[in-house]
Ligand binder design. Sequence first.
Ligand SMILES: [Zn+2]
Length: 283
Amino acid sequence: MTGLYRRDFIEMPELPEVETTLRGIEPSLLHQEVRKIVVRNASLRWPVPDEVNRAAGTTVSRCWRRAKYLLIEMEGAKGGLLIHLGMSGSLRICAVDDEPQKHDHVDIVLDNGQCIRFNDPRRFGVFTWWDQPADQNPLLRNLGPEPLSDKFSGNHLRSRSRGRKGAVKNFIMDGKIVVGVGNIYASEALFMAGIHPSRPAGRISAARYDALCCAIRDVLERAIRRGGTTLRDFHGSDGNPGYFAQELLVYGRESLPCFRCGTGIRKKVIGQRSSFFCPACQR
Ligand SMILES: [Zn+2]
């Protein structure tokens, strides 16, 4: 930790890490034939089902992300592989005959001799098969808009917040409202927009929700850009998930001076999560 910014490793993969993972593995997966799926340890958050073997002998037609889920679609199949990195998961690209390391639970073995390896020390991750269209999948169908899409706007936040008395921080962290705004990013975006994290969601003006929407996009886009330039190489076997080092404005900076006004940053537990804010700049 330096005197100014707290440079820290994010505690678990958030939307920017998942987006960067997608961009890292997609070129190696797309249009490749899957030879087989190797499951060394099936006891993840949910048991890895036998259905994942349906991927064998098929060709990857599309890789995409919805919230923090990675979806790998197979040509001719209705569904595909669905992966969630949980609290500590990561994917890396290696050669099929590279020696598996500790916590390397599942491999997607490709016909070209490469392999996408899923590592997850805490095993809260998900590696499963989905066979409905994505919009009918129970894990995906009730999710709010993607924060970087056109469907997300200040107007959306304002209209969904009317009549809500709960704290705005919990509101923007609710995946039914908008996906991918984790605890750290919520604190940072609220600081940037000058909104107190405990303010009732229903009592925020349209203009302030516009500012909050911009702040959420900005903080996520910056993290993705940073990931694109500083994240580990997806090729190799360093076994380090390498979540982003962030320069944080308020998160983790309790008692340190606010960058805008010098007032001491405060910490408060809201919805069972630590929230950091400037009592002078945020109201
Ligand atoms: Zn301040």
